[in-house]
Design a protein around this ligand. Structure first.
Ligand code: AMP
Ligand code: MG
Length: 274
């Protein structure tokens, strides 16, 4: 168990410490020794996640929330596919957060997020999240500065509530380099099967790269907590990104160790199916 914990701890941004992205190489694959073996291990981890998810669902007492954040082309969608494709659709919910609707904007920013949190028994995956409210909202000045400033504490309190209610929270920042994003954006421009993903706004976001990275650093510095840690995942190599996240999710579920419930009020040995 101690050894397992050591894997996730390689990626965790220490709670209460100032966090700097410059210390994290998006191409780092030192957590793994061999690409082919790592890809095989990913399949095993994804299958194990499926089995653990079945137990979580049967137990029906706790939930797991996986938050995926990263700039365009960091591989959020690909991560969902690689890590959760082996899991049956019954017990996994995926929610993507885009520009808030009129109804959503008429409420506080956590309203839509709280509703999307996984019910007991479920794994919930957020593709973007409430962190957009201190990332794009901060960079684009979509809310008042003092309101944004309050949000870090509000988010910590909100996540504490969710954690105290039986939900394990794992947050992942998919850390892709500016060079790799350029290559992936170019692919979206060139490949007819990917052109639908390309939006002109992505280039405007890219032009503010430094502002976005600074906003990420602030959010991670202030919101990596014991109850909801941020993991910084090198994301220039898809295989290393997927494998790291799958391993961390598997470990967390193993630590939670969900149990199939025992029969209540009846004895399996006494039942005869005629
Ligand atoms: P995509 O994930 O590429 O489909 O794009 C979703 C877009 O919605 C991104 O540009 C996000 O920055 C944007 N978005 C998500 N949440 C918010 C928010 N709370 N306020 C403003 N924009 C948001
Ligand atoms: Mg996009």
């Amino acid at each position: 168990m101690a050894e397992k914990k050591a894997f996730a701890s390689k990626f965790i941004a220490a709670p209460g410490k100032k966090f700097s992205l410059a210390e994290h190489d998006p191409r780092d694959d030192s957590a793994f020794d061999d690409k082919d073996k790592t890809k095989e291990q990913l399949l095993k981890d994804a299958a194990a996640i499926d089995g653990l998810q079945d137990r979580l669902f049967a137990e029906g007492k706790r939930a797991l929330l996986v938050v995926l954040q990263g700039i365009d082309c960091s591989g959020k969608d690909g991560t969902v596919r690689a890590v959760f494709n082996a899991s049956g659709p019954l017990g996994v919910t995926v929610k993507s957060f885009g520009v808030p609707s009129e109804v959503e904007r008429a409420h506080d920013y956590l309203w839509r997020v709280h509703q999307a949190c996984p019910a007991k028994g479920y794994i919930g995956v957020f593709n973007r999240s409430h962190y957009e409210d201190v990332l794009v909202v901060r960079v684009e000045k979509l809310a008042a500065a003092d309101a944004i400033e309050r949000r870090y504490d509000e988010i910590n309190a909100f996540e504490k509530l969710v954690a105290n209610s039986g939900t394990r929270i794992l947050k992942f920042m998919l850390h892709v380099s500016k060079e790799e994003q350029a290559a992936r954006l170019q692919e979206r421009v060139d490949d007819p099967t990917k052109q639908w993903k390309f939006k002109a706004g992505d280039l405007a976001t890219r032009a503010k790269w430094a502002d976005y990275m600074a906003a990420y650093e602030t959010a991670i510095s202030r919101c990596s907590t014991e109850h909801a840690p941020w993991h910084i995942i090198p994301a220039d190599r898809n295989w290393a990104r997927n494998a790291a996240i799958a391993r961390i999710v598997r470990e967390a579920l193993e630590e939670m160790n969900p149990q199939y419930p025992l029969p209540k009020d009846w004895d399996p040995k006494a039942v005869k199916i005629l």
